[in-house]
Design a protein around this ligand. Structure first.
Ligand SMILES: *Cc1c(COP(=O)(O)O)cnc(C)c1O
Length: 396
């Protein structure tokens, strides 16, 4: 059996041809393929505007800049996420305020956020960054109400959930990142995510003013648009109007993105089938495995189980060429955030989740045979342990 990772990209001959075609075209950096990728992606998500950028982290940074995060601004997020969700606030000198997860969903607990807000005068916190962790969508309608009450913005970190959705109070499906509830949403095209471009990211929004600002900030703050210029000296003329960055995606990468988008829906369907099979194998087995809570619009970037002997299972799988992974070490326990004043014990639900969580292989090209092997090796681990326990009972 070849090594089985927890996640990996799928690259078709069509993907390769699309990239090669771009290499032969006039554009290597941002050009027509980027525009096509933005169009395909915003259509898929159901948002008005999409801005392609160099990766998910720069997407977050640009969002924080576009929303004017300044030194000392306080922004709330979850400890159970990739650290970039929090770091984007630090890039702008803001303060990251972690708030604990709901132990049933592993998502930022809106009740605890409310408690935090009630303890401080209105205006203390500028925004919230909820994360659609593992592909399960946060209920953004509820977060929106809270944010409006306290005058805050929302950046939805939807890296795990392209194609995912939650159902709102009017029974309408709301796609992750569709811009109906959050000012901005971000995605990543790192190879382990749903859609791969090597490195790559996307910001979606329904707000034209934010869209214009993001486009400016991604390319040095430079505008060539005659309608935006303060002066105009001729065809060459451009102005740097803000302090921006070079966070562009290349056309080479975007061509891969466009090609990948054609299989996005199919890939998502496959992920859901894989999840259903794991649910079946572990849900009814009477083993000490907690399977992830089933939600309708789950996009299954990750399939996270919780077990008592996580290290034992991790090592058993590794010995058998299965490379499960842990998502995530709570961000507030990272040395960098401890230096800023956080400590172990601050967020018990996150820390208790971390003790037992393990992400099993989950990607569209995981074959039936491979998944059967993974399931078999996990069941074997638990059977051996039960056997060992029984023997211990007999001996002592
Ligand atoms: C992957 C990821 C990011 C960062 O994306 P990159 O493209 O790797 O910079 C941010 N947030 C979450 C939740 C992610 O999973």
């Amino acid at each position: 059996m070849n090594p089985i990772p927890y996640g990996r990209q799928s690259i078709s001959q069509e993907d390769i041809d699309a990239v090669v075609e771009t290499l032969r075209s006039d554009f290597l950096t941002q050009g027509p393929a980027v525009a096509a990728f933005e169009k395909a992606f915003s259509d898929y998500i159901g948002a008005k505007y999409a801005v392609a950028v160099s990766n998910g982290t720069t997407a977050l940074h640009l969002c924080a800049l576009a929303l004017n995060v300044r030194p000392g601004d306080k922004v709330i997020t979850t400890p159970i996420t990739f650290v970039a969700s929090a770091n984007c606030i630090r890039y702008c000198g803001g303060d990251v305020v972690f708030s604990d997860i709901d132990p049933a969903t592993f998502l930022l607990d809106v009740g605890k956020v409310r408690q935090l807000l009630e303890k401080h005068p209105k205006g203390t916190f500028k925004g919230i960054i909820p994360v659609d962790f593992s592909g399960a969508s946060v209920d953004l309608e509820v977060f929106r109400k809270l944010a409006d009450e306290y005058g805050m913005w929302i950046i939805e970190d939807a890296c795990h959930a392209p194609g995912g959705y939650f159902t709102d109070s009017r029974s309408k499906k709301q796609n992750c990142g569709n811009g109906n509830y959050a000012e901005l949403a971000i995605f990543s095209f790192h190879p382990v995510k749903h859609i791969a471009t090597g490195e790559g990211g996307m910001i979606t929004t329904n707000d034209k003013a934010l869209y214009d600002k993001l486009c400016l900030l991604r390319t040095h703050g430079i505008s060539k648009d005659p309608s935006r210029l303060k002066e105009n000296h001729g065809g060459w003329y451009h102005e740097m109007q803000e302090l921006g960055y070079n966070y562009r995606l290349s056309d080479i990468q975007a061509a891969l993105g466009v090609s990948q988008m054609k299989r996005a829906w199919e890939g998502l369907k496959k992920r859901r089938e894989i999840a259903a099979k794991y649910d079946n194998a572990f849900g009814k087995s009477g083993l000490d495995i907690i399977t992830p809570a089933r939600t309708d619009g789950h996009a299954y970037h990750l399939y996270v189980i919780q077990v008592n002997d996580r290290k034992g299972l991790y090592e058993h799988l590794r010995k058998n060429n299965i490379f499960s992974q842990v998502h995530y070490i709570p961000a507030h326990t990272m040395p960098y955030y401890r230096f800023l004043g956080y400590k172990k014990g601050d967020f018990p639900a996150s820390e208790s989740y971390y003790q037992g969580c393990l992400s099993l292989p989950m990607y569209p090209t995981l074959s039936q045979k491979e998944q059967d092997y993974v399931i078999h090796k996990i069941l074997e681990f638990f059977e051996n342990r039960t056997y060992a326990r029984n023997i211990t009972k007999v001996i002592f």
